[in-house]
Design a protein. Structure first.
Lengths: 273, 144
C-alpha cells in the first residue's frame, strides 16, 4: 500500500540526515512512501486557541490535499509536524461546523472530509513488527547502549500520543530488535526546552544537561531521537552546556533511523563512536 | 490590641488591593482555552512535574490560583507564561483533567489580543543556523 509522506520544512534542511536515513529504511523494509506534491508548512506549533480557526488552515490544507489524492494515511518523520497535523485532524473531526468553516475559507482547495489518519513513521514500523526488522539486520550492534529520547510531541497530549506518555517503549522495541541495548532512561519524556532555543539558549542548555547526564548515569553510549528540534537542542546546545558545567563530557546524538541504516548495513555512521 | 487590629486591617486592605478582581479577563481566558479554572483543587502536581518550573517566577499552580481569584495583574508581568513551551506534562498528569497548557496559551493570547504587541522581536533571537521549526515555533508562540 502506498502511504503519503509529509516531510515538512526542517527535513529538507537541518534534518536532511533524518529524511535520507528514514527513506533508506523504508526502502529496505518495502514500505512504499510517496512524498506529497505541493506540500506546505504544517503550522509548526499547534494552536491551542478554541476560537481561532485561521490557525488550523495550514494543517487542514495538507490533510485536504492528501485526501483528494486518494490516500487514507499520511506519515511524518518530524515530531512537530506529526503533533500539529494529528491534533488539527482531531480538532476538526470533533466538530463538523468548524470543519465546514475551514473548508469554506479554503475555497480553492478540495473539501476535507476527515478521512485521513496521521501516523508517525515509528507507528508504521511498530505495525510492521519487530520480526521484520530483525530479519533485515546485517550488522552486530550488541555493544551499543542506547538512551531513547522521546521528548514531548510524540507522546502528549495523550489524544495524539503514539505510546504511553510516561513509560513509552516503541523506540526501545525497535532498538532492541536491531540488537542494541536500550538503557533505563527516566528523563526520556522530559521537554528539552523546544523553541526557546531561538531566544533563551541558556535555559535549553540547563534542560539538556539534565537529560544527557541522566542518560550517561544509566550507562548510555549515545542518545537517539526522532524530533529534528530535540536533535538540534540535544546536540548543538552541548557547547553552551560546556560553558555552564565545565566537567560535562560530550554525548553523541543520532536520529533513530541512522542507527537503523547502520544495522541494516547501508551506512557506517556509528564507526567513529 | 488596637495596634494589632490596625495592622490586621492594613494587611487585609493591602491584600485586596493586590488581588484586584478582573472577572471579564478570566472569562476571556476560559473562552480561548475551553477550560474551567475552578475544576482545579490546587494539588500542585502541575508544578511538581513542570520541566521549566526552576526558571519560573510564578509556579504553574499559582497561575491557575490567580486566575481563580480573578487577579490578572501578577500574570501580566510574569515570566512564567512565556516560559511554558506547551509540553503538556501538566495536562497529562492533572487528576482533574484541567489543561493548564491550554490555560497558559489562553493567557498569552488574551495579552496579545489586548496589547497587540510582541513579546520578542527577531533582533533578540540567537544568531546561528537554527532548524526552521525553532524559528517559526518561537515566533508563533511569542509574537501577536
Amino acid at each position: 500500500m502506498e502511504i503519503a509522506y509529509f516531510p515538512g520544512c526542517t527535513l529538507k534542511t537541518t534534518a536532511k540526515k533524518l529524511e535520507d536515513s528514514a527513506l533508506a529504511v523504508a526502502d529496505a523494509l518495502d514500505i512504499n512512501l510517496k512524498e506529497l506534491p505541493n506540500w506546505t508548512c504544517c503550522g509548526t506549533v499547534y494552536s491551542l486557541a478554541e476560537d481561532d480557526l485561521m490557525r488550523q488552515v495550514a494543517p487542514i490544507r495538507t490533510l485536504a490535499r492528501t485526501e483528494a489524492l486518494g490516500y487514507s494515511t499520511l506519515t511524518t518523520l518530524c515530531s512537530v509536524c506529526y503533533n500539529t497535523l494529528a491534533q488539527a485532524n482531531l480538532f476538526v473531526k470533533a466538530d463538523s461546523i468548524r470543519l465546514e468553516k475551514i473548508n469554506n475559507f479554503m475555497d480553492e482547495e478540495p473539501d476535507y472530509k476527515g478521512n485521513v489518519e496521521v501516523k508517525h513513521f515509528l507507528t508504521i514500523l511498530q505495525e510492521l513488527g519487530t520480526e521484520k526488522l530483525k530479519s533485515a539486520v546485517k550488522k552486530d550492534l550488541s555493544g551499543l547502549k542506547v538512551a531513547c529520547y522521546y521528548g514531548c510531541l510524540l507522546l502528549r497530549p495523550q489524544s495524539v500520543g503514539i505510546d504511553d506518555c510516561e513509560q513509552p517503549y516503541i523506540l526501545e522495541n525497535i532498538m532492541q530488535a536491531l540488537g542494541t541495548k536500550p538503557v533505563f532512561f527516566p528523563y526520556q519524556v522530559e521537554c528539552c526546552g523546544s523553541y526557546h532555543t531561538a531566544v533563551k539558549p541558556e535555559i535549553v542548555a540547563r534542560r539538556v544537561y539534565r537529560i544527557l547526564e541522566n542518560a550517561r548515569e544509566n550507562g548510555a553510549n549515545l542518545v537517539v531521537t526522532s524530533c529534528p528540534l530535540c536533535y538540534f537542542n540535544l546536540k548543538n546546545r552541548q557547547k553552551e552546556i560546556k560553558k555552564l558545567y565545565p566537567g560535562f563530557k560530550p554525548m553523541p546524538i543520532f536520529y533513530f533511523t541512522e542507527i537503523m541504516t547502520d544495522a541494516f548495513g547501508l551506512t557506517k555512521t556509528l564507526e567513529n563512536i | 490590641m488596637e495596634t494589632i487590629s490596625t495592622n490586621k486591617e492594613k494587611r487585609s486592605t493591602k491584600l485586596r488591593l493586590v488581588l484586584k478582581k478582573q472577572e471579564d479577563w478570566l472569562k476571556k481566558v476560559e473562552e480561548i482555552s475551553g477550560q474551567n479554572v475552578f475544576a482545579c483543587y490546587q494539588c500542585g502536581k502541575c508544578s511538581a512535574g513542570c520541566p521549566m518550573s526552576a526558571e519560573m517566577d510564578l509556579l504553574p499552580n499559582q497561575v491557575i490560583r490567580l486566575l481563580q481569584l480573578g487577579a490578572v495583574e501578577p500574570l501580566l508581568n510574569c515570566r512564567t507564561i512565556w516560559l511554558c513551551a506547551s509540553c503538556f506534562t501538566c495536562t497529562a498528569r492533572c487528576p482533574k483533567g484541567v489543561s493548564l497548557t491550554r490555560l497558559m496559551e489562553g493567557v498569552r493570547l488574551a495579552i496579545f489580543r489586548t496589547r497587540k504587541s510582541d513579546e520578542i522581536s527577531p533582533k533578540e533571537m540567537v544568531k546561528e543556523t537554527l532548524p526552521q521549526i525553532a524559528l517559526i515555533g518561537a515566533l508563533r508562540k511569542l509574537t501577536a
